[in-house]
Every structure is written in structure tokens, then in C-alpha cells.
Design a protein around this ligand. Structure first.
Ligand SMILES: *Cc1c(COP(=O)(O)O)cnc(C)c1O
Length: 426
């Protein structure tokens, strides 16, 4: 199968795939669980913003022979013997990442975006340093200063946010906080902000106070790869990316940085924060990066954003308030308050009907985080399955009815029908 086939070819997602003979013999209990999970996915519509559908070529690389290889270190500088082919696979991934993102340096070893953030902070900061990042209440990731995370424990975070009027990042506030607190690093990027950060403006502010600029771009990595989102790479000292979200690769992180920081970033990943890399994941990343360079993937990225715009418009039509009035990405964050339900209740009703989305605390949310006033959805998975604007318009309407009128078995039936129609397609 060629890379192009893998992007456009069919991919079976139903339970049959998991009834592998060996697994069924060795562990029928787990085989049943996996079959049921595949069935659950086939019967419901996946709108969780960070998820996608991993393609067959990436899955093949993930379960290939590199899964057994120990390869601590970097190509040409390993602590284990027998690494020549592992080196070649990692170099493929690194070269493809550098080319795809026009990045001077790439590190493909981080096991997750959060561990890539850890390595980035380790490379640039010392414990106690001040970091300016989007506050968690306004959409910053856990790795941007949560007290439950290493970031909030080891660094002194100052949070910026979005304006109440239009939901857009308040760059005047970012600049004022930067001047006041003189951070060592500024982080731009979010888990729920549906617009692109103004990378040039962030760079200018970082330069003014002599801070590093870290792009926390895990959500939109695939859009940047496809040229659908402006790239942070020319502006940021370090870009933290994820390979499992829109990029449709293995669950994992990816670091892109300047030549100047290359050595520090590499040492901060291994040996500072990780041991041996998962070479099967590195191989899977190489495949995903090759796929992301194809016209088929770029078309997918465009469709993903077009679908999200339609979804946002449909939710607005149904009485919800999309943050910032719409989206430039795969993400839609919407206030469900006008329909008289909480985010948690919206998530419950949609889940029962087979529409898988997440409650989301909004900036200036009057509700406690456990209830929240918003929902967050993404179009990555459904677009991979081949759903388009017609389906997303319908889905927005179904969500609207569930929230305005309450549970209705007919809605659940329609969702299952939609899900089944697209379960084996991408
Ligand atoms: C998804 C995401 C993360 C975390 O990714 P993991 O791989 O789950 O650790 C971090 N930051 C941002 C902005 C994200 O969107």
C-alpha cells in the first residue's frame, strides 16, 4: 500500500478487525473489550476535539518489528547496539518533520505533547522562573501552570486571557503582563481557542521582554502541516506539536526548534525526561508525516476546517453561542447557557444519544468547572470518516434538539444510522 492509498483507502473500524486469532486465544477477555470498543466507536459519532482515526499504514508501523527495539539516544549516538535500522527510521521521521514544517531542527521522541512541554521547559527554564501563558480558565492546557501538573509546581505562571466582548486573545493584556512580570518564556496556544494566535505579535512581545516564545500547537499541528493554519515555526523558539490529533499519527509529541536550541532540546528529551524512545511510535510518526505531505491530506485539512465552520454556524442557528463567533480550526467551543442547560448536562444528553463531545469551561464561566457552561467539539475524526457539510449541519441540529427539548430515542437512532454509514469509510 502506498502512502497515498493509505490516506484515501478504506479502513475497517468495526469489531471484526480485533478478533485476531492470537489475541482471542491468549486473552479472550481483552479481545472482547477491544471488539466492544470498536463497536462503540462504530455506533457513535466521535466529536472529541483531540481524537482522530489512525490510518492502516500508521497502525502497521506501530505494530511492526521496531516495537521490540531498545534505542536510547539519537541516530549515530545510541547506547544500544543493533540500531542501524532504527536510526534510519528515526532519521526519516526527523527529515520529514523538518521538511513538512520548514523547521531547522526536529525531535520525534517525546511520548506525548505534555512530555514535550516538560522537555521544553527543562531546556529553557530553571525551577522558579516566571512563565506567561494562557490561563487554564481561558483555555490553557494543564501544562500551562496547573497546580496538579509539574508546570504549576515548578514554575511561577502568570495567566493571560481573552476579551469578554469578543472572546479573542487580549494582546494588550499579554504585553502589559509581559512588561510587568518579565517572564523567561511566553507560551501561546490553547486546547479550546478556535482561532489562530497572532504569532508575529507574540514574537514581538517576547522580544521586547527578552523571553523565549513557546508555541503550544498540539491541537493544530495537522493544520499547520497542511498550510491551513499559519505556522508558528518561523516565530517560536520551540514549537510543541502532537502527532495523534489532526496529524493522524501515533499518540505522541514532536518538538520543532531553532538550530541554536537543538542540542538543549535533544538533551532535555533524552536523557533528562525520557529513557529509550518508543521506536515503533517513531516509525509511525515517520509514516504520518509522509502522509501529511500529500495533496490528499491537505484536502482533508481544508475539509476539516470547512466542516467545523458549518458545525459552528449550525450550533449558533440552534441557539448556542460559539466562542469568538465561529472558528478558523477544527475546533468549536460553544456556550450552551442560552438553551438553559449546563455543559455537563449537554455532554450527558449527547453521550446517551451517541454524540461524543466534551463539556468545557468557558472564559468568565459563571458555573463551577464540574458543571461548566460550554461544550467543545472537533471535526477531525468525522472528516477522516468522510462526513461533510451536510452531515455536520444535521449533527448541529441534532445537538440543538437534544439540548432544547431533551432526550429523544429517535435522535439516538438517527445518530447510530449516521455513524454506521460512515464507520468503515475515511
Ligand atoms: C492535546 C494537547 C496537549 C496534551 O497532549 P498529550 O499528548 O495528551 O499530552 C497539550 N497541549 C495542548 C495545547 C494540547 O492540545
Amino acid at each position: 500500500m502506498t502512502v497515498a492509498d493509505a490516506v484515501t483507502g478504506s479502513f475497517e473500524t468495526t469489531g471484526r478487525r480485533w478478533a485476531s486469532e492470537a489475541l482471542r486465544r491468549a486473552d479472550p477477555q481483552l479481545a472482547d473489550l477491544l471488539a466492544a470498543e470498536a463497536e462503540r466507536r462504530a455506533e457513535s459519532v466521535q466529536l472529541l476535539a483531540g481524537e482522530n482515526l489512525t490510518g492502516p499504514a500508521v497502525l502497521a508501523a506501530l505494530t511492526g518489528p521496531l516495537i521490540d527495539k531498545y534505542a536510547e539516544g539519537y541516530p549515530g549516538r545510541r547506547h544500544h547496539t543493533g540500531c542501524a535500522l532504527a536510526d534510519a527510521a528515526e532519521l526519516l521521521a526527523v527529515d520529514r518533520a523538518r521538511e513538512l514544517f520548514a523547521a531547522p531542527h526536529a525531535n520525534v521522541q517525546p511520548r506525548s505533547a505534555t512530555s514535550a512541554m516538560l522537555a521544553t521547559y527543562a531546556a529553557l527554564l530553571r525551577p522558579g522562573d516566571v512563565v506567561l501563558a494562557m490561563s487554564l480558565e481561558h483555555g490553557g492546557h494543564l501544562s500551562c501552570g496547573s497546580r496538579a501538573n509539574f508546570s504549576g509546581r515548578w514554575f511561577d505562571f502568570v495567566g493571560y486571557g481573552v476579551r469578554r466582548e469578543d472572546g479573542l486573545i487580549d494582546l494588550d493584556q499579554v504585553r502589559a503582563l509581559a512588561r510587568e512580570h518579565r517572564p523567561k518564556a511566553i507560551v501561546a496556544g490553547s486546547i479550546s481557542y478556535p482561532r489562530h494566535p497572532d504569532w508575529a505579535a507574540f514574537r514581538e512581545i517576547a522580544d521586547e521582554v527578552d523571553a523565549y516564545l513557546i508555541a503550544s500547537a498540539a491541537q493544530t499541528t495537522g493544520l499547520v502541516a497542511a498550510g491551513v493554519a499559519p505556522s508558528p515555526v518561523p516565530y517560536a523558539d520551540v514549537t510543541v506539536a502532537a502527532t495523534h490529533k489532526l496529524l493522524r499519527g501515533p499518540r505522541g509529541g514532536l518538538l520543532l526548534c531553532t538550530t541554536e536550541l537543538a542540542e538543549r532540546i535533544d538533551r532535555a528529551v533524552f536523557p533528562f525526561s525520557q529513557g529509550g524512545a518508543a521506536m515503533n511510535e517513531v516509525a509511525g510518526k515517520a509514516v504520518a508525516l509522509a502522509e501529511a505531505a500529500t495533496p490528499g491530506y491537505r484536502a482533508y485539512a481544508h475539509r476539516t476546517v470547512a466542516g467545523a465552520r458549518v458545525l459552528a454556524a449550525g450550533l449558533a442557528e440552534a441557539g448556542m453561542r460559539p466562542l469568538t463567533g465561529g472558528t478558523d480550526t477544527h475546533l468549536v467551543t460553544a456556550d450552551v447557557g442560552p438553551l438553559g442547560v449546563s455543559g455537563a448536562e449537554a455532554e450527558r444528553r449527547c453521550t446517551v444519544a451517541g454524540l461524543m463531545l466534551g463539556k468545557c469551561a468557558l472564559p468568565y464561566d459563571p458555573a463551577p468547572p464540574s458543571e461548566a457552561s460550554g461544550i467543545r467539539l472537533g471535526t477531525g475524526t468525522v472528516t477522516s470518516q468522510g462526513m461533510g457539510e451536510a452531515e455536520l449541519t444535521e449533527i448541529a441540529g441534532l445537538i440543538g434538539r437534544l439540548l432544547a427539548e431533551g432526550a429523544d430515542v429517535r435522535i439516538g437512532e438517527r445518530v447510530r444510522e449516521l455513524a454506521r454509514a460512515f464507520a468503515d469509510r475515511r
